[in-house]
Design a protein. Structure first.
Length: 365
């Protein structure tokens, strides 16, 4: 087999990579002892880059196109090997093809819950998942930082590293965004953009561009979601008194349709809903405490009958002046709120003090 590889290596003078996979980032051209003929043809297809490596060092880089390998288009390798006057014998070099296609639908997710501090609920744990899209923008950095000497480098080999990088960036970006937990579902697009911008620099270190980041779902622990469901249900119930009455009526109707029911069960149902009704009333009262009546200002006013007409109302201070001027006397008819009928001013206890300083009427006048 080694002899066949050697013979075919000497006969074949075309270097190319026909990529038929969807997950290969880097592929190394296999040639016996890495020997390449002078004048060999290099074919680099669209969305590919070919990199020549000599003894672990990156030499020449070729973008898409067809090339005849000579000293003219291998200037760096020529300098390294010291080919001052050209060469005719095969030379040794490793050729790595790197895919520049866009890698889509790469899944990510939080393996363990992430602890966050929410303004409304306090410390909470969340889980999230989604996908991201990236492509190679710096083949040199990818080859030196991640691939190394791997002859067939696929997405599976960096899947764990990418997921750890994405989850770490997601945690930092969510904490910095300060978006409330209940508002995250309505802000997935905004949150995705924040996270994508936050992690772009981390991907660039490896020669990659994070083109798109998508948050598909963010969820809370089951017990927290259950508590939120109960809270939402309480808000939908509205008037608890009416709800308890409605439940009581349904229970009594069901008991009446049940031929096996008995009085004790109906009484038990009634007592249960009566207790629920009392609890509902107490909750309602606690939410809406009764407000005290307004403080009275201490002012008492009276209406006074004059020439068969109702005048007033007058406060006590004005009634005092009226008594002194003779406009009001003990026989004047007065009425105030709380009195059953009109009465003489001299017979009203509150007004008697107005006439104590006045002389009594002259007899016979």
């Amino acid at each position: 087999m080694d002899l066949w590889n050697k013979l075919t290596g000497e006969l074949i003078d075309i270097i190319e990579w026909t990529d038929d996979s969807n997950d290969t980032l880097v592929w190394r051209f296999e040639r016996y002892q890495n020997e390449i003929k002078n004048g060999a043809k290099l074919i680099v297809r669209q969305q590919q880059v070919a990199i020549f490596v000599n003894e672990g060092k990156i030499a020449d880089v070729f973008t898409s196109g067809t090339y005849e390998l000579t000293t003219q288009n291998l200037p760096i390798l020529t300098t390294i090997e010291g080919w001052k006057y050209g060469f005719n014998s095969p030379f040794k070099a490793e050729v790595y093809f790197i895919s520049l296609r866009t890698f889509t639908d790469n899944k990510w997710g939080t393996q363990n819950p992430i602890m966050l501090r929410d303004a409304e609920f306090g410390p909470v744990r969340i889980r999230a998942f989604g996908n991201f899209t990236f492509k190679v923008i710096d083949p040199r950095s990818l080859l030196t930082e991640i691939v190394g000497t791997d002859g067939h480098f696929t997405l599976a080999e960096i899947d764990t590293q990418f997921k750890a990088l994405v989850v770490s960036g997601f945690s930092d970006a969510v904490a910095e965004s300060r978006i409330p937990i209940l508002d995250m579902a309505a802000n997935y697009s905004e949150l995705s953009t924040i996270i994508c911008n936050h992690m772009s620099a981390d991907f660039a270190v490896y020669g990659l561009s994070l083109m798109r980041f998508v948050v598909e779902n963010i969820s809370l622990p089951p017990n927290v979601e259950e508590a939120l469901d109960k809270r939402s249900s309480m808000g939908l119930l509205g008037d608890l008194n009416k709800y308890s009455q409605y439940q009581t009526a349904n229970a009594l109707e069901a008991a009446a349709k049940n031929p096996d029911g008995n009085a004790s069960s109906i009484v038990g149902i009634g007592m249960g809903f009566a207790a629920a009704n009392q609890i509902a009333q107490s909750m309602t009262n606690s939410q809406h405490p009764a407000s005290p009546p307004p403080i009275p200002d201490g002012t008492i006013t009276f209406f006074v009958a004059a020439n068969g007409q109702q005048t007033g109302p007058f406060p006590l201070s004005e009634l005092t002046n009226m008594a002194r001027s003779g406009q009001l006397d003990r026989s004047s008819l007065v009425w105030s709120q709380g009195m059953a009928n009109w009465s003489k001013a001299g017979e009203v206890a509150v007004l008697q003090s107005l006439f104590e300083s006045l002389p009594p009427p002259i007899p016979g006048v």
